[in-house]
Design a protein around this ligand. Structure first.
Ligand code: AMP
Length: 518
């Protein structure tokens, strides 16, 4: 089993079909993609890299990302995709941990040599061009034999606490993820196009697999990042795009469409499908997104350990406004994707009845093989045949999963559980509030107290008193924040996730400064 089969198949079927675009310009046909990946694979093999070796990919989004990835798989190597925003010292730690000898980089993120690598190739250099230059027809370069359980992708978790862990994903894991896309997320035709706005080192890049399987077009924005105006223009030029975006990016696209006065038809010309996930999408935000951009959304819930595959909330469910529990459903993350089983469990792994909150467990062919060289962490995450996700949630009688929070973000105040997300959902409906993040902070009286960090809409004003009134009108008294901190922006990682650990640290610093003043 190899992910390369899908590329060979397309390159044989339609070698001249446009495959990769850089901005609106074609970068490679399927035949050219296969030829370059095969050439690089051949040279990697010639240089003595052995199947199973790890190779660093530390790149900003770029068309070469795809050529390099498939070359690595062609040669039986394991890609180690690293977030382009990481500091070189963090990347060097990963290089050492993964024992990578070779690395492919873009010079903007790795301007100097990374310690630990024997060979560092800037994908925009003459060196890279020479390595990728086809020397023989692609189908004369043998594809390294790989078993379904062999590693394809060693993905380092964002590691908000402690060192990141390498999630071991196999060819079977990624094949499962790719095939499931068509069943649970969105059908794909050859004239469809996916745009890589979010980092390709993460889920957005993995969606190259189903789009390659379908022979669709792959588009990397010229900016290499997220610029709503650029993305809309690309969509208009190339035809409705699909994309994976974290909720914060979705909100920016929606805001752009609103400001530009684009109607549903104009949004449909730019975007076929926007898959959102990776962080909570608040009810108020998805309602606004649907109202502004129309029915072009699908939600997925997954994690690095079961990439893009745990649940999905379909376009049809998001459109079923007549359903008596419509609002609950669109605030959920949907139902189990086809290849996995889902369980909400107590601490012993026993299934809890509908409505009860427990840890979300997942099992199936998308679930990782374990953490790289971390038997203890693996044993903690993979127990009794299930992946313990660390997410808390509850199922309804129809199988819709509503996520509460990560277990580590749960606030216990005065002995009661408070799910930050519930408080955030309420505060987001208060006039003038643009974004909010709720965390717990140590409190002598209550154990933990609820804190809200609030970003206001441009030009809006509000007071802690009026936010408090808003909360009192909508939720139990004990859940409402004890403190509000107005901020210009929330700290987020490269994938758009709010960094709650950073907020807790920020609050502690404020509290320390206040006590020093006293
Ligand atoms: P990562 O491994 O970095 O992809 O992070 C995965 C985590 O993001 C999950 O364990 C969830 O806590 C969160 N997450 C992913 N998808 C969703 C979603 N659709 N809604 C809410 N949280 C999500």
């Amino acid at each position: 089993m190899s992910l390369v089969q899908a590329l060979l198949r397309q390159a044989h079927l339609a070698p001249d079909r446009p495959a990769i675009f850089f901005g609106p310009q074609e970068w490679a046909s399927y035949g050219e993609w296969a030829a370059r990946s095969a050439a690089l694979a051949d040279r990697l093999h010639g240089a003595g890299l052995q199947p199973g070796e790890r190779v660093l990919v530390f790149m900003r989004n770029h068309p070469r990302y795809l050529e390099v990835l498939w070359a690595l798989w062609w040669a039986g190597l394991v890609a180690v995709p690293v977030n382009a925003k990481l500091h070189p010292r963090e990347v060097e730690w990963i290089v050492g941990n993964a024992q990578a000898r070779w690395g492919f980089v873009t010079a903007d993120v790795a301007p100097t040599a990374l310690a630990g690598l024997e060979r560092q190739i800037d994908v925009n250099s003459h060196d890279a061009e020479a390595l990728l230059a086809p020397a023989a027809p692609f189908d004369t370069v043998p594809v390294a034999e790989r078993a379904p359980h062999d590693l394809a992708w060693l993905f380092y978790t964002s590691g908000t606490t402690g060192r990141p862990k390498g999630v071991m994903l196999t060819h079977r894991n990624l094949m499962t993820m790719g095939l499931t896309y068509f069943v649970d997320v969105d059908p794909v035709a050859a004239d469809d196009a996916i745009v890589y706005a979010a980092p390709m080192s993460h889920g957005a890049g993995l969606y190259a697999i189903p789009h390659l399987m379908a022979g669709a077009r792959h588009v990397v924005p010229a900016s290499g990042g997220v610029d709503p105006a650029e993305l809309f223009a690309l969509g208009q030029a190339l035809g409705g795009l699909s994309t994976f975006a974290a909720p914060t990016i979705v909100n920016r696209l929606v805001e752009h469409a609103r400001q530009e006065g684009l109607d549903h038809a104009a949004c449909a010309r730019a975007f076929k499908t926007i898959v959102y996930g990776g962080a909570p999408m608040y009810l108020a935000d998805i309602q606004r997104a649907l109202a502004v951009m129309g029915p072009r959304f699908v939600q997925i819930y997954g994690q690095g350990e079961t990439p893009m595959v745990a649940t999905a909330l379909s376009r049809a469910h998001l459109a079923d406004t007549a359903h008596p529990r419509y609002l609950e459903r669109i605030a959920s993350v949907g139902v189990a994707q086809t290849p996995v089983q889902l369980r909400v469990a107590d601490a012993d792994g026993r299934a809890l009845p509908p409505g009860e909150v427990g840890e979300v467990l997942v099992r199936g062919d998308s679930v990782m093989a374990g953490y790289w060289q971390s038997p203890e962490a693996t044993a903690a995450a993979l127990r009794g045949g299930w992946l313990w996700t660390g997410d808390l949630g509850s199922l309804d009688a129809d199988g819709f999963l509503t996520l509460k929070d990560r277990s580590k973000d749960l606030i216990i105040s005065g002995g009661s559980n408070i799910y930050p997300r519930e408080v955030e959902e309420v505060l987001l409906t208060a006039p003038g509030v643009a974004e909010v993040a709720v965390v717990g902070a140590p409190d002598a009286e209550w154990g933990e107290a609820v804190l809200a960090f609030v970003v206001l809409q441009a030009g809006a004003t509000t007071t802690p008193e009026s936010l408090d009134q808003h909360c009192l009108a909508q939720m139990a008294r004990f859940k409402r924040p004890k403190h509000y901190q107005m901020v210009q922006a929330l700290p987020k990682n490269d994938y758009g996730k709010v960094l709650k650990t950073a907020l807790r640290v920020q609050w502690q610093a404020l509290a320390d400064a206040a006590s020093n003043r006293r």
